[in-house]
Design a protein around this ligand. Structure first.
Ligand SMILES: [Zn+2]
Length: 406
């Protein structure tokens, strides 16, 4: 028995040694990766800090990995969030040279990130450079930006990343007309059958937790697209949006790249991955259904990965059952409340209803105001659905009592 154990141990040791000597043989197995990661660095432009970007490319190169750089061809000179007329700044020769170096080193793949990245709407309307813009203007901006980057860098531009991740149906049409086949925004915009979708699912802080969740949950073929900006790497005291120093990012990339069943890729490596509008629509539907449930009940981890259609079918049933169960409980509780109020307060139906309605509106408003503080993160849809469920419950309770009394 002990000898057997010793033999097993030595076989294991040999296997470990061989697998260490042959890392590529291990990764080349038929097993598909559980999680495919795309790192998306946004806002590379004439204005973005070149020292940070140089270091970023070196980190990617050192770790034998790569990222998508979302490049603004003609960045507005002063403020992207202002509606005033501004000078446009094409990429400087140093910026073009750095991108070319990154591409040649296999560390960078370039996507078109708008035209000037200047908003056409106010903050209240929601910042956007494209959504709400005329079709002809959108097409011209996309064509000019694509032509400029292709000429400057000598590579085809096939992916578009809209500023603030906002776009509309006209953007989809203009992209197809301009010969762009891939769109990377977030899980909010309209789907189009003519495009491939690579939506961003996480920010930099969510990268490692997202990867871990993706590895722990069953199924493979999950996609995680992490979006980040130069200010993520700033000092926290200089910029509240800062997430981590570059040294930590280096360690993070190293850690993720070394995990088994993970691959870090850019869009040219995604030929074997389903990026169809059908998968996009299915993920969109799941997110909308999940938003009907309070944060603590729905599985938040689901949000940081882009699931396959097969996984979604399974999760959809579970999510639907959870939503039905949750709202049935709300109706039941409201029904009991209706019964108690009718039984003990003994108020006339009209006054009872006015009182209940006021209580209901007050409670909903209270939850809406304090939900964030309580960590509930109720969406408007959740509030509205809870309100409807509560009114139904109260009505049922009241009617039930009247029948019981009569
Ligand atoms: Zn941007």
């Amino acid at each position: 028995m002990i000898e057997n154990l010793g033999l097993k141990k030595s076989i294991l040791a040999v296997l470990v040694a061989v697998s260490c000597m042959l890392p590529f043989a291990a990764t080349a197995s038929a097993e598909p990766p559980k999680v495919t990661v795309v790192l998306r660095y946004d806002d590379y432009s004439a204005k973005s800090p070149i020292a940070v970007e140089r270091e970023l490319i070196e980190i990617l190169r050192r770790n034998h990995t790569k990222a998508v750089f979302a490049v603004i061809p003609f960045a507005c000179a002063i403020d992207a969030q202002s509606l005033m007329t501004q000078k446009r700044l094409p990429l400087t020769p140093e910026k073009i040279a750095l991108l070319k170096y990154g591409i040649k080193a296999g560390a960078v793949e370039v996507a078109l990130h708008g035209y000037s990245h200047q908003t056409i709407h106010t903050r209240a309307q929601g910042y956007s450079e494209f959504a709400g813009e005329q079709y002809d203007t959108q097409l011209r901006k996309i064509q000019e930006g694509k032509r400029y980057l292709e000429k400057a860098l000598g590579v085809p531009i096939t992916c578009f990343i809209p500023p603030w991740n906002h776009y509309d149906e006209n953007t989809c049409k203009a992209l197809s007309a301009a010969g762009i086949r891939m769109l990377s925004a977030n899980l909010k915009g309209p789907p189009s059958k003519d495009l491939q979708y690579l939506p961003c699912t996480a920010v930099l802080q969510g990268l490692l937790p997202g990867v871990e969740d993706g590895l722990e949950s069953p199924g493979s073929g999950k996609l995680l697209v992490a979006q980040f900006h130069h200010y993520d790497f700033r000092n926290r005291s200089e910029d509240q949006r800062a997430t981590m120093p570059l040294t930590l990012f280096d360690r993070l990339v190293h850690r993720i790249a070394s995990l088994q069943s993970i691959r870090i890729v850019t869009f040219s490596d995604l030929a074997d991955v389903d990026l169809s509008s059908a998968r996009y629509e299915a993920n969109l539907g799941r997110l909308q259904l999940a938003m009907l449930l309070p944060k603590r009940i729905r599985n938040n981890n689901d949000r940081s990965v882009y699931l396959t259609t097969a996984e979604l079918a399974d999760r959809h049933t579970r999510l639907l059952a959870m939503a039905l169960g949750y709202y049935a409980a709300v109706i039941l509780l409201a029904g009991l409340l209706g019964l108690v109020l009718a039984r003990f307060l003994r108020i006339r139906p009209l006054y009872a209803w006015l009182l209940l309605l006021l209580v209901g509106i007050g409670a909903t408003a209270y939850v809406m105001v304090y939900s964030e503080q309580w960590g509930l993160d109720y969406s408007a849809a959740t509030n509205a659905t809870i309100g409807v469920a509560a009114v139904v419950g109260l009505l049922v309770g009241r009617l039930r009592y009247r029948r019981y009394e009569g």
